[in-house]
Each structure stands twice: as C-alpha cells, then as structure tokens.
Ligand binder design. Structure first.
Ligand SMILES: [Zn+2]
Ligand SMILES: [Zn+2]
Length: 330
C-alpha cells in the first residue's frame, strides 16, 4: 500500500482495554483515533498519556470525548494536560462529556496549583448534538450505564461518486476545470452539447463510520446509532456466565455485544473494557462472541486497526502486545 493510501486510513489505537482498574497487561480505558492529521481521544483513563507515548500516537490532540464520569474513563486528563503544558502546547483543546459532566471536567482540568497555559473548552453534549470537523463529524448517542453516559460515532460525509475520465473524454470534455465542475454536480457545455454529471459521475460513495460505545448494556439506541459501521468498538466486561452481574452493573457480555453487532450489520466488532478475570486470557470472550458474530476480536493494549475506504478491507494490525512494548508501530 502506498503512503497516500495509508494516510487516508482512519487509524484506531487501543490505549487501554481493562475494565475499572488497570492490570499488569492492560491499562484502563483510552482510545486514540487518527484521521488525516487529526488526533482525538475517546476516554482518557489514568495513565493514558504514557500509553500514547508507548504506542506512538503523538500528542497533537484536538479533542477528548469522555463517555461518562466513572474514574476509569477520565482521570487521565489530569496528567495528560500537565504534560502537554510542559511540552509548550498553545493550541485549544476541546473536552466533551455527557450532560451533567461539565463541573467535574472543569475541576479535572484545573486541579492543583499549576495553571494550564493553553485554552481548554469543556462542553456537555446531548445525544442529538453533532461536533463537526470539516468532512466528518463526531456524533454522540445514548447508552445505558446507570449514570449519564454517551457512546460516540465518527461519521464521514458521503464522498463524491467516482469520476469516469475515459467516458468524459469520449464525450468530448477537455481535461481541466470542466472535470471538476462535472464532479461537483454542474452540467457543462461542450461544442454546443450539454454533458450532465450523471453521464460521467457515479453515485455518491458512503463515508466510513466508526463507533465506540463506552460502558453500557446493549440497547436498541446503540443498534440504531451504529448501523452499518465499518468498525464497532463495544464494551464486553463479562462473559455470559456472569450475565446477571453484567445486567446489574449496566455492562455487556461478549455475547450481548456480538448479538448487537449482528443486528446492526456492522463489518467488524472489537470487544474492549475487559474484566480483570479475562485480562490474561480473553479467549473465552472471543469464543463466545464469535459463535454469534464471527468477525470479532478482543482488543489488547497497543492494538491498531486501520480502516480504508470501502471496499477496502479493514486491516487489523496485530502490533504491540504489552510484552513487546518497545516496538515501533508503523
Ligand atoms: Zn469503565
Ligand atoms: Zn462505567
């Protein structure tokens, strides 16, 4: 794959994949998403900054999206902001969280005696809000976790249809600006004849959709929000043998997440937020989920998944297992 194609990938790096507390091999929740020079975090548990160093995401962070205010999802903001201050950051940082989170997030930003020398904006989001980023947006969706909580999708705008250069030339359209006009949907006139966009441009191509649930029980709202996603990152704290516990604590089982993925028709499912019980061997979670939905893997810290434009494959890059943390992850 050439460099141009690589840079157009959406790159997802799992910084922390443990539920509630870190284990030797897994840090608490944190997910880095990179797209054409933008870097954002979804959740930022304690120690996330060190995972960012370890797995080479860089610190050119534009936004942090917090799913909810359980400690394992946001305490890392405190240290991360101070490190970015020491690095001389001057750029604005946006921090988003669910309704009711602003006060705690502001306390998190300003905790201690150091002043954060760069601007930080904290904003609460409701499930219908949209955070636009040019040709894509981050859209929250409601989840069920017994406390105000959101999942998030990163959703690209549809791309223009494919432009058929051969066909355009055959119709007498000269190479140059008329190609662009046609591609953008304007008819052009060539030798007294009008060439219409539909003659040379295919139908718009869907953008990519990546979804992250944060902590939640499976719910119909999630199915709706993640329908057709190229990648669904769903929590699976427990296996089905602890189904009652999962229900009581507003978490999911691997099977529950897989049923949801199947119903929503996603391309690929990654399970995360793994209970300490499965931290060494998440095999039972994977096996349980694959009985329902085969394109499932259980995340580990340092796992990178790159998502190309359809019909490109989603390419799992099994790099950087914790015990080989010194590796360079390309
Ligand atoms: Zn959690
Ligand atoms: Zn939680």
């Amino acid at each position: 794959m050439h460099a141009g194609a690589r840079s157009r990938m959406i790159r997802v790096t799992f910084l922390g994949t443990a539920a509630s507390r870190p284990t030797v091999g897994r840090n608490v929740s944190g997910l880095a998403v990179q797209r054409e020079g933008d870097l954002m975090l979804f959740d930022c548990g304690e120690g996330t900054q060190r995972q960012m160093m370890r797995f080479g995401t860089g610190f050119g962070l534009g936004a942090i999206f917090v799913t909810h205010l359980h400690a394992d999802h946001f305490l890392g903001i405190i240290g991360l902001l101070r490190t970015m201050a020491l690095q001389g950051r001057e750029d604005l940082l946006d921090i988003y969280g669910p309704m009711g989170s602003e006060e705690v997030l502001l306390q998190t930003v300003h905790l201690g005696v150091e002043r954060i020398p760069f601007p930080v904006r904290v904003r609460e989001l409701g499930p219908r809000d949209r955070v636009p980023f040019g040709d894509y947006e981050v859209a929250p969706f409601p989840v069920r976790h017994g406390t105000p909580a959101l999942g998030y999708t990163l959703k690209e705008s549809p791309r223009l249809g494919r432009f058929d250069v051969q066909r355009a030339r055959a119709l007498g359209v000269p190479d140059g600006p008329m190609f662009g006009r046609l591609h953008r949907g304007e008819p052009v006139e060539v030798d007294g004849r009008v060439v219409h966009p539909h003659e040379v441009v295919g139908s718009p191509r869907p953008g990519r959709l990546v979804a992250y649930t944060g902590d939640t029980r499976p719910s119909p709202d999630i199915v709706e929000a993640v329908r057709g996603a190229d990648l669904l990152i769903h929590e699976a704290t427990f296996a089905e043998e602890e189904g009652a516990r999962a229900f009581e604590t507003f978490h999911s089982t691997a099977r529950g997440a897989a049923l949801l993925a199947r119903e929503a028709g996603v391309t690929r499912l990654v399970l995360t937020h793994v209970s300490a019980r499965y931290t060494e061997d998440p095999g039972p979670l994977a096996a349980e989920a694959r009985q329902v939905f085969s394109p499932t893997v259980v995340a580990h810290d340092g796992m990178v998944i790159e998502i190309g434009y359809r019909p490109d494959e989603v390419i799992p890059k099994e790099s950087g297992r914790p015990e080989r943390s010194g590796e360079v992850h390309e």
